[in-house]
Design a protein around this ligand. Structure first.
Ligand SMILES: [Fe+2]
Length: 212
């Protein structure tokens, strides 16, 4: 694989978060690096099949399996980058400024910010292995919250992830019991980098009252 096609793990300076230990973060960064490595490895393997310009019938089962796994690994890599990227140490607030675009869009999309939050937190508490993601529809600016199973089932094509929360147990198991996911979600909110979320919003796509 040429250098330009090889992903390198990004670095995140997050030690000292509230309620999410450095030990958890170190373990989590290692897991993330695994996704980066596997994304590169699978991309290479798939390229091998394509070297002769076609996928032979007898190659199809192995090729299919690798390609399915690529979706898992790729989304695992990208979602972790959004997740680590929307936290910061030293946050002093759990909610966005009332004057922020995010706050306004949450109100326009859900009625009130509190309803947006109830939905996002509710999704985070859903039983299962996955993610809670708040997306913005670039066509009309509207926010919507989604449950993502594993890493790849439920992402909405073309929508921008604005706030991404990992609710796999590995995200909190060193700090909380499996049944204490709500405490982890509370801790997550006390570490959100709302400025980073704000920067992910499309400035030219404000929500409108007739947003479809
Ligand atoms: Fe994770």
């Amino acid at each position: 694989m040429t250098d330009v096609l090889t992903y390198k793990p990004k670095q995140f300076d997050l030690s000292g978060l509230k309620g999410i230990s450095d030990q958890t973060l170190e373990m989590h960064f290692k897991l993330y690096e695994g996704y980066v490595k596997e994304t590169n490895r699978l991309t290479d393997k798939i390229a091998e099949f394509l070297k002769d310009g076609h996928v032979d019938q007898e190659e199809m089962p192995a090729y299919s399996e690798l390609t399915r796994r690529l979706g898992f690994e790729y989304n695992g890599m990208v979602l972790h980058e959004y997740y680590f990227g929307n936290m910061k140490k030293g946050s002093t607030t759990t909610d966005p400024e009332k004057t922020s675009n995010f706050f306004k869009l949450a109100e326009e999309s859900f009625g009130t910010y509190d309803i947006w939050k109830a939905d996002f937190v509710g999704i985070g508490k859903m039983r299962g292995v996955g993610w809670a993601v708040c997306y913005q529809n670039p066509a009309n600016g509207r926010l919507s919250n989604h449950w993502i199973t594993l890493h790849e089932v439920g992402n909405v094509s073309g929508f921008n992830p604005v706030l991404v929360m990992d609710v796999w147990e590995h995200a909190f198991l060193l700090d909380y019991k499996p049944a204490e996911r709500p405490k982890y979600i509370e801790a997550f909110f006390s570490n959100i980098d709302w400025q980073s979320c704000e920067s992910r919003l499309r400035p030219d796509a404000a929500a409108t009252s007739n947003a479809g």
